[in-house]
Design a protein around this ligand. Sequence first.
Ligand code: ADP
Ligand code: MG
Length: 469
Amino acid sequence: MTHTELWKAALGQIELSLSKANFVTWFKNTSILSFENGIATINVPNGFAKEWLENKYNLYILKALKSLDPTTQEIRCIISQNNNTQQNNQTVKRLDAIQGGISAQAGAFTRKKIPNEVSLSRNSGQNSVFESHLNPRYTFDNFIVAENNELARAACFAVSQNLGHLYNPLFIYGGVGLGKTHLLQGLGNEIMRQHSDKRVKYITSERFTTELVDSIKNQTIDQFKRTYEEIDLLIIDDIQFLSGREKTQNEFFHIFNALYQLNKQIVISSDRPPKAIPTLEERLRSRFEGGMIADISKPSLETRIAILETKAKEKGIALDSESIQFIATHITQNIRELEGALSRIMAYSEFQKVPLTLSLVQKVLGELITRSKKNIKQEDILRVIMDFYGISENDLVKKGRKKEVAHPRQIAMYLMRTELDTPLSSIGEFFGGRDHTTVLHAVEKIERIKETNLRIKEEIMSLRDRLQV
Ligand code: ADP
Ligand code: MG
């Protein structure tokens, strides 16, 4: 079998495991360059195909080639110089149809036609309508402000009053279900409400990548960039998914710079701070760090109660304070879960036609709680702390004055208080009969320094994660 035949046979197999569209898009213009010492070198038309074949489809290719030639060990892709202008017309048309379909649902305003856009007739449906992709359900008004999100909310509000000039870029980070998307979309909706002439675009980084890749395939990258450069407020949600995508980061960097230089506002969200996103290009990281960074942390018990009260009222659910307290103490991780619990309770009570009581709430949530939440005990906190700081139980618990254990002990006290709501006096007892004021002092101190000391804050986040596994 020649190399060409080998590749053809491999393609035949790969085709069976992918959708037609994906196969055509990524494998159409590939060929095999060489096959030596188990290394197959594949010619690909562009950097995007290289990225996708090497990362996403690597295993498919390897599997197919191995089944034909068991000596196969590795795939390498190189960008060929001569076939990058080839296009598959059918793919382009199909993508046009999809994009046309999406555009047709647009609820936003129409973009001005730029004269030379007309010549791009193959893609004429693609960008003629400008979409903000905002969901009107998310507003500043229905975003509940509490101690865990007030900085982020204040930053977004300030930006809404001073677009492009105050905090640029604005970077909001926090775990899942804590309200990042709500807040960012709320900002977008507020701008649309205040200024109907402003262009707002909300997009997830994954969607951004897809659009970019499509525009490269369709040879409309210039138009793609131009559309972006006309935006007044660009909101990119979940930027962590750009991690490892060099090409996309590169294009994003250029778009970012162009907008930034024009004083256009950029708002970004992520599940972690810029410096904790792996394989984020250094220049992007420093751009992000050059603006304003605000976080959203997990809601405290009081906040969870406040959120439940407000949401129950909004949904017209009559819940007594005991039931609210029960939900808030058992569902602690995020706001999406709190909303989920409320919907479940409401559905159950409507369906069964039974009144909402504490025992019903306990029954409905029973399964949810045991399934989703690990029951953390004081011992777990102790174990995680000992492990993390490398200290012994004896040092941590006994009443010594060793300086290096003071900090871990304070963190342990803080976690027992915030994670388990353990009374101060019990925590004191647990740590060798210390006074409850000592515990209070420790908890307050950690609470205070974590606001200004990013390292401590991340330490705590990491410890909390360890408690969940
Ligand atoms: P994230 O993007 O951080 O994962 P979302 O913004 O999707 O979280 O929030 C999850 C759900 O919780 C949404 O339905 C959102 O409306 C709600 N939510 C989050 N934070 C708040 C808040 N502070 N006030 C009201 N609703 C909130
Ligand atoms: Mg989100």
